[in-house]
Design a binder for this molecule. Structure first.
Ligand code: NAD
Ligand code: ZN
Length: 373
């Protein structure tokens, strides 16, 4: 085990950073499973890339595991209750008991499905998350929220449940396609714009090179980006882990318009792409409100273009944007609480006055964004 990341604010679960977790000489995962039965849930892609390593590791350590593949043919549209039920049925079939453990090895979708299944199985069994996408590593794999999509919206059914542990191993990223890498970069950018300016500066100076080199998980800049994002996220989440407070969350930056972008596109737009488009629009709004200068807006959007992050949200009408603001207000207990960069890049305030965001202002943002596509 190389490094443990734990913040002192609030209650968080242990997040362990390990290099080469599936190397049989590493005992971290074996010690975690110990004498328990463990059901390991993987997606077909992850099974193809890492199935053999998982099997070898389990054999070498003589562990009582069953590796179950979740059938996720079309990504986001298969993050459904049906998939959760499939995981539950696998658990029953395997004879999983209350003190046993379910382990997700996969992207954010696998982590979400397993987290919810673990909440429901026999009213709750322990679970462990091993995220294998960059988005999973810096976001979906380290929180305590788990959700599935429904006919009435994205992540509209779910549960808060703390994993027993999260294991981070950036070596998984070696097989990740560039488009998926960019989805994770979008969530890292979120942290850079509203939580930790140093993240933005690293992305600005090294981001394009890192992406071209497929993120090179062993490079200092990649490690720094991952560590800073995880610590920043833990600090933000630990302020109100179960979201029972005022619901002013910096990490909601990029997550106000994006749920509508995802659902209205029939999930053809990925979560990371939608978050990028939302952030670009939000940057324009922050500038129109004079919360950031023209120069700051230009610096941010130029960086989006250099990294290949999407900024084009013109396909979504002003009415749809207003609808997204209404929905966000509803989700945030009646307050808009739109997080936006304020003054400095890397710090944030919450904009509360929905009426000020006029249709005209929202439409004018497209003219600005067009220059960066
Ligand atoms: N619960 C939370 O707190 C939280 C936070 C952020 C995002 N999310 C959710 O996460 C989901 C997005 O996650 P995602 O972007 O990881 O998508 P994903 O889980 O669909 O993974 C993307 C694709 O990459 C494949 N893959 C995974 N690891 C791989 C690897 N190492 N090499 C090659 N291919 C690999 C997957 O099989 C999948 O086909 C969304 O549903 C979003 O709502 C949840
Ligand atoms: Zn997100």
């Amino acid at each position: 085990m190389d490094d443990d990341t734990q913040v002192s604010l609030g209650r968080t679960h242990p997040i362990h950073t390990i290099e080469d977790l599936l190397n049989p000489s590493d005992h971290t995962l074996a010690n975690c499973i110990s004498t328990r039965k463990a059901m390991i849930v993987v997606s077909p892609t992850v099974r193809r890339s890492f199935g053999e390593s998982i099997d070898t590791y389990l054999d070498e350590h003589n562990l009582r595991c069953s590796v179950r593949q979740i059938d996720a043919p079309s990504g986001e549209s298969s993050k459904t209750m049906d998939q959760v039920i499939q995981v539950l049925e696998h658990g029953a079939d395997f004879g999983l008991r209350r003190r046993d453990v379910i382990i997700a090895v996969g992207g954010g979708i696998c982590c979400d499905l397993v987290g919810l299944a673990a909440t429901l199985y026999r009213r709750g069994v322990p679970h462990v998350k091993i995220p294998t996408t960059l988005l999973g590593i810096v976001d979906a794999g380290i929180g305590i929220k788990n959700g599935v999509n429904t006919t009435f919206g994205k992540n509209k059914v779910g549960a808060f449940r703390q994993p027993e542990a999260t294991f981070i191993d950036a070596m998984f990223l070696e097989t990740l396609p560039k488009s998926e890498l960019l989805n994770g970069i979008a969530e890292i950018m979120k942290m850079g714009l509203v939580v930790d300016r140093a993240i933005f500066e690293i992305l600005r100076s090294d981001g394009a090179c890192l992406i071209a080199q497929r993120f090179m998980p062993t490079s200092a800049a990649a490690k720094d980006l991952i560590n800073r994002s995880i610590v920043g996220m833990q600090i933000e989440l630990s302020k109100d882990p179960n979201e029972t407070g005022v619901l002013e969350r910096a990490v909601d930056f990029g997550h106000t318009f994006s749920p509508l972008f995802e659902t209205a596109s029939g999930y053809r737009i990925t979560h990371g792409e939608a978050v990028s488009m939302d952030m670009a629009l939000s940057i324009c709004i922050a500038n129109k409100l004079q919360w950031i200068s023209d120069e700051q807006r230009h610096t941010v959007l130029k960086t989006f273009r250099a990294l290949g992050l999407r900024t084009d949200c013109a396909d979504f009408s002003v009415d749809q944007r207003l609808e997204a603001l209404r929905e966000a207000t509803c989700h945030r207990a009646g307050a808009l609480a739109l997080p936006l960069p304020f003054g400095e890049i890397g710090s944030c305030r919450f904009f509360m006055d929905r009426a000020t965001l006029s249709p005209q202002m929202l439409a004018e943002c497209d003219a600005v964004l067009r220059a960066y596509q």
